[in-house]
Write a protein of this length. Structure first.
Length: 243
């Protein structure tokens, strides 16, 4: 019988194939973008863990930030957020909630206590690593600075803090919680020209939230059958948002 001149069939270049069956589906990819993975990878702190709930409460009201492709539905990635209120009104919880939403949307943020941040900046002056430390902090999106209040600051700390805010200005978001109103910052930093320049940068594209109400840490009175509990009768504190 004559030999056929037709070329022999070449094996299929497809991978993951088996004889007499269709192409196998690739195994499902690992869920690397799960909320837990993102939170552990992107949210770093100075020893304080980020709570898992995305809602925090003040009185009986709940404040929930809704995620969006940019960052949140009301805050842009370059907007600053300033929480001003008395101690115990939920400022830290709200700031952590925004930080968590940013991390879940793929941003890399960090939480700092204000005193710890200022101490790190001051310590970096001794070993000449201030420039490198400021560069690292300037890349955090967002950077949460908690409890910027009644602190004792050295002039070097105030200058380093202004350098940090200047490098972050109009580039990345900074979230600050404080129990001092803005006019009281002049006494905190004890340098009028520095505070003028600092507030000018901080308040540009800034969302200011003022919280007025009783402390959530105040003890509850004993509940009796005749008298309703304090939690049931306490009115929700007003929250004012300005931008």
């Amino acid at each position: 019988m004559p030999r056929s001149n037709a070329p022999s069939a070449r094996p299929s270049p497809l991978r993951n194939c088996s004889i007499g069956s269709s192409v196998r589906k690739p195994p499902p990819a690992r869920n690397a973008a799960s909320p837990i993975a993102l939170e552990k990878r992107n949210c770093r702190g100075d020893g304080r863990s980020t709570p898992s709930p995305s809602t925090v409460s003040q009185g009986s009201a709940r404040h929930k930030s809704t995620a969006s492709p940019g960052w949140t539905s009301c805050v842009e990635p370059t907007d600053n957020v300033l929480f001003i209120g008395k101690p115990g009104t939920g400022k830290t919880g709200l700031a952590i909630g925004l930080l968590r939403e940013a991390c879940l949307n793929g941003y890399r943020g960090r939480f700092y206590n204000a005193q710890v941040l200022l101490d790190e900046l001051y310590a970096s002056l001794a070993d000449r690593t201030t420039t490198r430390l400021l560069a690292q902090m300037s890349r955090m999106r967002p950077l949460v600075i908690d409890e910027l209040g009644y602190l004792t600051l050295k002039p070097e700390q105030a200058n380093a803090f202004f350098r940090l805010m200047d490098q972050r200005y109009n580039r990345v978001s900074t979230i600050i919680t404080t129990n001092l109103d803005l006019p009281d910052w002049y006494d905190l930093f004890d340098k009028k020209t520095l505070v003028d320049a600092l507030l000018d940068r901080l308040q540009h594209h800034c969302v200011t939230i003022r919280i007025d109400g009783p402390s959530l840490r105040s003890p509850e009175p004993p509940t009796t059958l005749a008298t309703p509990s304090r939690r049931a009768t306490k009115a929700n504190p007003p929250i004012t948002v300005t931008s």
